[in-house]
Design a protein around this ligand. Structure first.
Ligand code: NDP
Length: 481
């Protein structure tokens, strides 16, 4: 009998959450003109963590005006070398405060501390370090001898990687000389507000970064604001389309990082144990709240039974529960709304004839939870094979030939990522060329690095974030991607 784990909870005493937060505009926190606040809760316990300001039109106007002033008077006039010093300082402060930020992220989002501590926070710091390095070298980035910034960037981010998505947006914007108004997701505003404090600590000139909290309506007002030069959005395809319509016909430059339905393709010559770890990491990492999650597993028929048996065995060892426990693999679902969406889609899977399986795993009484789930007997017509579930749910299909794998993998309106598992290098290269996906991983999955561009095709959006390609989205040049 295997030994059980003793609880190893991370202490939450390192974070100091205020009972309410205002809006971070022009370098300081202020009350919203509406006087309205909304609650943000811990999805693992449903405990109210804090009350956060709801920005209305007057607040959005004030934030954009502050960003414009900072752009005209300070940031656009500053040398790249001086901008870099601020961004390096922010990166170092993030490292210094990483334990606090990881605990705060886990409390507000529900993701396991193991992930916020070992994946999110190191990547957040890496994004600021990487882009700080670019700030004084933009003339060598391939965008001409003297590439210019755009102006004020309106940035709207989702709840699945709150601080990491902030870093993906804010770091390149600042490095390229733009100022920022950012709206975090309604359910996960706390690390963005902690980041506002880091901007103050770093002595960043007032107005260069503004953080306004609120719901979807605040996001809409921000992206539709006439004095915004650039819109960057990560979130659902539906809202992305609405933003594209709103921005059409304006001078605003737009990048959209939207949903996905990635195929993770396992050939019969793949190292199966390694592939199983990649499949687990591909779909159960961050409770499957990952736009590039490997949510469709394509198994070559000759190894399908063996791989499925191994996968099920591995899933019985995953630990679901307290996200602050360092042993936890599967944390809480971010909100009751997201939980309902996962339940609705998984119910449709059963109704349409797919076979559902989950390991036995106790579910806590309070909070929002969903066990790791595998669907077999899935056809390409099933909703669970076509729609983004954004939860810990894997749909398994099979194939016989590489051509069939390509056809099935590309049979989706999305085009964000794909995974290939095989011993054969030539097959990896051939498959990668056939995939209509912005990112293709080979013999690994869900690997991120600030030097590597990330972005999609088709309904997964357009534009790239990260790498030298990502800089083009924040410069007054044609985007090469
Ligand atoms: P949304 O696209 O609604 O949210 C993303 C961000 O956009 C949030 O900050 C949201 O604010 C804001 N927003 C909402 N409506 C508007 C608008 N009209 N104009 C501007 N900004 C707006 O995603 P949801 O949180 O509703 O999630 C729904 C589904 O989207 C998920 O189930 C998942 O399938 C998918 N999703 C995909 C993501 C990805 O990375 N690809 C990320 C998140 C979700 P607020 O949070 O206050 O509503």
């Amino acid at each position: 009998m295997p030994f059980d784990y003793a609880p190893a909870p991370e202490s939450r005493s390192i974070v100091d959450i205020e009972s309410n937060y205002g809006l971070f505009i022009g370098g300081s926190f202020s009350e919203p003109t509406s006087g309205e606040f909304f609650k943000t809760i811990n999805p693992a316990t449903e405990e109210v963590l804090s009350e956060v300001a709801e920005a209305g039109q007057a607040d959005v106007d004030a934030a954009v005006a502050a960003a414009r002033r900072a752009y005209d008077k300070t940031w656009s006039k500053m040398s790249g070398k001086d901008r870099a010093k601020y961004i390096f300082r922010i990166a170092r402060l993030i490292q210094e405060r990483s334990r606090e930020l990881a605990v705060l992220e886990t409390l507000d989002n529900g993701k396991p501390i193991r992930e916020s501590r070992d994946v999110d926070l190191p990547l957040v710091a890496a994004h600021f370090f990487y882009h700080a390095g670019w700030a004084d070298k933009l003339e060598f980035a391939g965008y001409g001898p003297d590439p210019k910034s755009l102006g004020v960037a309106a940035q709207v981010i989702p709840w699945n990687f709150p601080l990491l998505m902030l870093a993906w947006k804010v770091a390149p914007a600042l490095a390229c000389g733009n100022t920022v108004v950012l709206k975090p997701a309604e359910t996960t505003p706390l690390t963005a507000l902690a980041f506002a404090d880091i901007c103050k600590q770093a002595g960043l000139p007032p107005g260069v970064v503004n953080i306004i909290t609120g719901a979807g309506e605040t996001g809409r007002m921000l992206v539709e604001h006439p004095d915004v030069d650039k819109v960057a959005f990560t979130g659902s395809t539906e809202v992305g389309k609405a933003i594209q319509r709103a921005v059409a016909g304006t001078k605003k430059k737009l990048t959209l990082e939207l949903g996905g339905k990635a195929a993770n393709i396992v050939f019969d010559d793949a190292p199966i144990d390694q592939a199983i770890e990649g499949i687990v990491n591909g779909i159960y990492f961050n409770q499957g709240h990952v736009c590039c999650a490997g949510s469709r597993l394509l198994l070559q028929e000759s190894v399908a039974d063996e791989a499925l048996a191994s996968l099920k065995r591995r899933l019985t060892t995953l630990r679901l529960g307290d996200p602050l426990d360092k042993n936890t693999d599967i944390g809480a679902i971010n909100s009751s709304m997201q939980l309902s969406k996962i339940e609705e889609l998984t119910a449709s899977g059963e109704a349409e004839g797919a076979e559902r399986w989950s390991p036995t795993c106790p579910i806590p009484d309070k909070g929002f939870w969903f066990p790791p789930t595998v669907f077999t007997n899935v056809t390409q017509a099933h909703r669970i094979a076509r729609e983004e579930i954004f939860g810990p749910v894997l749909s398994v299909l099979t194939f016989r030939t590489p051509e069939e794998a390509v056809a099935k993998a590309n049979n989706t309106p999305f085009g964000l990522s794909a995974g290939i598992w095989t011993e054969k290098g030539s097959r990896i290269l051939w498959m990668a060329n056939q995939m209509r996906a912005g990112i293709v991983w080979a013999n690994t999955f869900n690997r991120f690095d600030p030097t590597s561009p990330f972005g999609g095709f088709k309904e997964s959006g357009f534009g790239r974030e990260g790498g030298v390609q990502g800089l083009g989205a924040y410069l007054n040049v044609e985007d090469p991607s």
